[in-house]
Design a protein. Structure first.
Length: 222
């Protein structure tokens, strides 16, 4: 009877393992932070794919470096350091502690970024909405700005919608989708950190910034 019970237990364990595999791998992507991102940057820098700072912030430079590495190694070119990319980099991880421990924080960031997009870019073409979100993330990755989404958005004088209270409006689904697309790595601006509407801009300084492109009613600048 004991052997029979043991066999039943082993069979049940095998069924559980097949039905619920352990997803014990990392997923670092644009916006991620932590020691794993540092390891990725260190490897890419040592191998000549990355020239930025090893700061543990998965910004646009890290994103592009990962894509170059993936292209060179015949991996899926998506800029996301998933299981296969990490294995090719020689990085072993039991999961991305940054993403795993910051689920609530990431949701808060998405909600706030969605509100910023809604307040600043509702009515703009969808690409323009993603572009506005991308400039926020580009500031986060830039050492001249605060290193969090909240820090960038609430930096004194940075956004009119914070001053006039529109940041508190509920974001619609399109704004949320645009914010998520930017977080996932889509940057239509190619690294811009400023934007302005030439019809309403009151700052002479903003006109001095190198202009890269116009999307909808916004000019995007470096």
């Amino acid at each position: 009877m004991k052997i029979k019970h043991l066999c039943i237990i082993l069979i049940l364990l095998m069924i559980l393992i097949i039905a619920f595999p352990v997803c014990n791998y990392a997923l670092s992507k644009y916006g991620s932070r932590g020691e794993e991102v540092k390891k990725i940057q260190e490897k890419l820098k040592a191998w000549g794919y990355y020239s930025g700072s090893v700061d543990g912030i998965y910004g646009s430079q890290t994103f592009e470096a990962v894509k170059k590495f993936q292209r060179k190694n015949n991996l899926s070119v998506d800029g996301i350091a998933g299981q296969k990319t990490l294995a090719a980099l020689g990085i072993t991880s039991g999961g991305n502690s940054s993403n795993k421990n910051q689920t609530t924080s990431n949701n808060t960031d998405l909600n706030l970024l969605s509100k910023l997009v809604h307040a600043e870019a509702r009515g703009e073409p969808y690409k323009g909405m993603v572009a506005v979100a991308a400039t926020v993330l580009n500031r986060v990755a830039n050492s001249k700005f605060p290193n969090t989404i909240a820090g960038v958005i609430y930096q004194s004088g940075a956004y009119t919608c914070v001053s006039d209270g529109q940041i508190n409006l509920a974001a619609n689904e399109q704004s949320r989708k645009a914010a998520q697309d930017a977080i996932n790595g889509w940057d239509p601006t190619s690294g811009c950190i400023y934007y302005f509407n030439p019809n309403t801009a009151t700052s002479g300084w903003i006109w001095s910034r190198p202009q890269v492109m116009t999307i909808g009613s916004h000019i995007f600048c470096k």
